[in-house]
Design a protein around this ligand. Structure first.
Ligand SMILES: N[C@@H](CCC(=O)N[C@@H](CS)C(=O)NCC(=O)O)C(=O)O
Length: 279
């Protein structure tokens, strides 16, 4: 592991690290924020933030405005990259931004040529937390949240792994990737044409049989240009209603898809997670 950045912020420490991922078979960079006072004697819980299309570990740390309250709440935040990277990792054949590099969709690909490197689900659920818990003063109390493609990722990680997270939330998540253009493009390539295989990667399908009922907070801007084509939170809300799953979906008037929207409501999400992590 090699540290490539270190910044003191709100009394804590923002760090970027490069490490070799065995799961993804490439070098990866992640960011971690450690609040003041985190130590081996006083380990802190961790929020795993999953970013959206085109992002790296940097977008959330620089733009979400989360670190002041994370410092106050005594919560670490880890932000991974959004896909495998580097030499030999294939990207979108046409260079598009919604597939491949920066667009791993937090699934384990089964199809060539993606299946060797594109295993972001195993990376964010297992390998990265193992690295974090081995090298930083954190506890095994975990929460997850994310934005757009990363909102989908957070929901799927929590729904597929009962007991692993104390808490989950999302901003403008892609709730039903099996039936929207971003998801259909990604899933048909990463997972193949058999749509039955897509169901285990789709929150709207998974919520129907959820074995755990973590209270789920979702914020969605009603002026988000992707709302009606890609995101469609009403589909998850309907499935949650049928399954009697505790979902709070807040439609936020005037807000778009950007980090201005995330920054406006991140405090509510951090408090939502802190309450569960401290319980
Ligand atoms: N590049 C796309 C937009 C992609 C986009 O909105 N990405 C979101 C996640 S889905 C994001 O967080 N972008 C990075 C940023 O705003 O810092 C476009 O030109 O329409």
């Amino acid at each position: 592991m090699e540290r490539i950045a270190l910044n003191t912020v709100f009394g804590g420490s923002h760090q970027r690290w490069r490490h070799r991922s065995a799961v993804l078979e490439c070098d990866m960079v992640f960011a971690v924020y450690l609040p003041p006072g985190a130590s081996a004697a006083a380990p802190v819980p961790v929020l795993y933030w999953l970013s959206g299309l085109t992002c790296t570990d940097e977008n959330f740390m620089q733009k979400a405005g989360a670190l002041r309250l994370a410092a106050e709440l005594g919560m670490a935040i880890v932000a991974p990259d959004t896909s495998p990277r580097g030499e030999g990792v294939p990207g979108d054949p046409d260079g598009a931004w919604d597939f491949g590099l920066g667009a791993g969709f937090y699934v384990n690909a089964t199809q060539e040529p993606w299946r060797r490197h594109y295993r972001m689900h195993d990376y964010v659920v297992h390998e990265l937390p193992d690295v974090i818990e081995a090298h930083f003063p954190v506890s095994a109390k975990r929460a997850t949240s994310g934005h757009s493609m990363g909102g989908h990722g957070a929901l799927v990680c929590a729904l597929r792994h009962p007991g692993r997270y104390a808490s989950v939330s999302a901003f403008a998540p892609i709730v039903n990737p099996s039936t929207c253009p971003w998801g259909e493009k990604a899933f048909s390539r990463y997972l193949g044409d058999d749509r039955v295989a897509w169901r285990q990667w789709d929150a709207t399908n998974l919520i129907a049989t959820a074995r755990e009922r973590l209270p789920l907070l979702i914020d969605q801007g009603d002026s988000d240009s992707f709302l009606h084509t890609q995101l469609r939170p009403a589909l998850l809300q309907a499935a949650a209603g049928v399954a009697d799953y505790p979902l709070t979906l807040r439609m936020q008037p005037g807000y778009d898809h950007s980090y201005y929207f995330i920054a406006s409501f991140i405090d509510d999400h951090l408090r939502h997670h802190a309450a569960a992590l401290k319980a």
